[in-house]
Ligand binder design. Structure first.
Ligand code: ARG
Length: 438
């Protein structure tokens, strides 16, 4: 069933029909498609392009289709080219000939453009909500675990920090992710409805009216651009790519931390799996899957960038490829945010182990050098002295604070009794992270 065919002598090959059809995936846009059509019809009636009576009949028909889809009485499937054909042909079956007036002063090009913008805008706000939920979990986890742990550079123990400070780094990343999405929504917040095929229309339509009805800030400025702009999908995919990159880094940390080599955290049974052969195994599959799915989100971004790169203005069918990429990435992002939220809200931090790692890692070495600087030594010299102490301690399997004062004095006479308090891990934290943060 098609919306076109008048100028054709032969019917379309079945192979072509299957290749061309998008209903299998754009069925997700049914709500936006019907909303877009309703706004269009209200505008046509207001501008007297349709009579009030015609407008009312079409609106009622569209409303009944929406209701039936939502309550399960009408399945969005069958032998239709796309969601737009599905809705229009169903409308014709329901209300008869007047349905044929719905598509006055409109093309499927501006129709699909407005449907997708509405959908992307809405779902972007869903993503923002899921980000906020994850951020709250991160905050709670940090508050509950204001415990000492090693911080790393080059994956080598570096300086003492708290788990709270560590995990709140991801909170900051997610804050930026949220802002990025909201910025993208602001940029895309223009209605393409009324651009028609590419050149607008000679009917006296009111694009400001439909833009307002559909909750857009304004109509787009240029018709050709309006129907062929997919920047907002690409921008959203790029924002999703950054989010999943952050989630992937966090997943990597969780995978490392839950290994016996680190043993800093315990991932709950609810978010772990076992091995079919090795009875002792508990695997961090949830985190691994998030890390793995990063590939598919980056892939969507590259895919759509490539699809769009050689397309002349205005609409070309290539653009139908935008939807599957966006839907796939959206589903992935939403499920990864949810699963990460599950992992973190059930995560246990092994604070004895994180503390022992601090103690074994000479994580107060920088502070010990700062101590000597406070006593008048130049930092470079202090760096060297403490380096020698570390070497000595490694040999004796001791920490700096384990050395008695007379031993320390062998390295520098500037050491005095107050060194122990100065390099105490908690005091270090109080002077550093706590003092410099709100
Ligand atoms: N399924 C099409 C898409 O997703 C809808 C627009 C069709 N427009 C057209 N001129 N064939 O892009």
């Amino acid at each position: 069933m098609k919306l076109w065919g008048g100028r054709f002598k032969k019917s379309e090959s079945k192979i072509m029909e299957d290749f061309n059809s998008s209903l299998g995936f754009d069925n997700r846009l049914y709500k936006e498609d019907i909303e877009g059509s309703m706004a269009h019809v209200r505008m046509l009636a207001k501008c007297k392009i349709l009579s009030q009576e015609e407008g009312k009949d079409i609106l009622e028909g569209l409303k009944s289709i929406l209701e039936d889809i939502e309550n399960g009485n009408l399945k969005v499937e069958g032998d239709y080219e796309d969601i737009h054909s599905f809705v229009e042909i169903n409308l014709l079956n329901r209300i008869g000939q007047v349905a044929k007036k719905l598509h006055t002063a409109r093309s499927r090009n501006d129709q699909v453009a407005v449907d997708l913008r509405l959908y992307v805008k809405r779902e972007a706000l869903e993503v923002v909500q899921s980000i906020e939920i994850l951020q709250n979990t991160i905050k709670d986890l940090g508050e509950l675990n204001n415990v000492i742990m090693p911080g790393y550079t080059h994956l080598q123990r570096a300086q003492v920090i708290t788990f709270k400070h560590y995990i709140m780094a991801y909170y900051s990343m997610l804050s930026r992710d949220k802002t990025r999405i909201l910025n993208a929504v602001e940029i895309m917040d223009e209605s393409p409805l009324g651009c028609c095929a590419l050149a607008g229309t000679t009917y006296n339509i009111d694009r400001y009216f439909t833009a307002k009805e559909l909750g857009f800030r304004k109509p787009v400025d240029n018709f050709l651009d309006g129907v062929s702009d997919r920047d907002y999908v690409i921008e959203m995919l790029s924002d999703f790519s950054i989010i999943i990159m952050h989630l992937s880094r966090l997943s990597e940390e969780l995978i490392l931390w839950s290994s016996k080599e680190f043993d800093f955290v315990q991932i709950d049974d609810e978010f772990s799996t076992g091995s079919s052969i090795m009875p002792q195994k508990k695997n961090p599959d949830a985190a691994e899957l998030i890390r793995g799915k990063t590939g598919r989100v980056y892939g969507s971004l590259m895919s759509l960038l490539t699809t769009m790169k050689g397309i002349p203005l205005a609409y070309n069918k290539d653009m139908q490829e935008d939807k599957e990429q966006f839907f796939n990435s959206l589903d992935t992002i939403l499920s990864c945010l949810k699963v990460m939220n599950g992992i973190l809200s059930t995560l246990k931090i092994k604070k004895d182990n994180t503390f022992n790692a601090v103690k074994k890692g000479f994580l107060n070495a920088t502070e010990a050098a700062d101590y000597l600087v406070g006593k008048g030594m130049a930092f470079r010299d202090a760096h060297k002295v403490i380096g020698e102490i570390v070497l000595y301690c490694e040999d004796k399997n001791k920490s700096i604070e384990d050395l008695p004062l007379d031993e320390l004095k062998n390295f520098s006479t500037l050491f005095a009794e107050d060194i122990y308090e100065f390099i105490d891990y908690k005091n270090t934290l109080n002077r550093g992270i706590k003092k410099n943060l709100k």
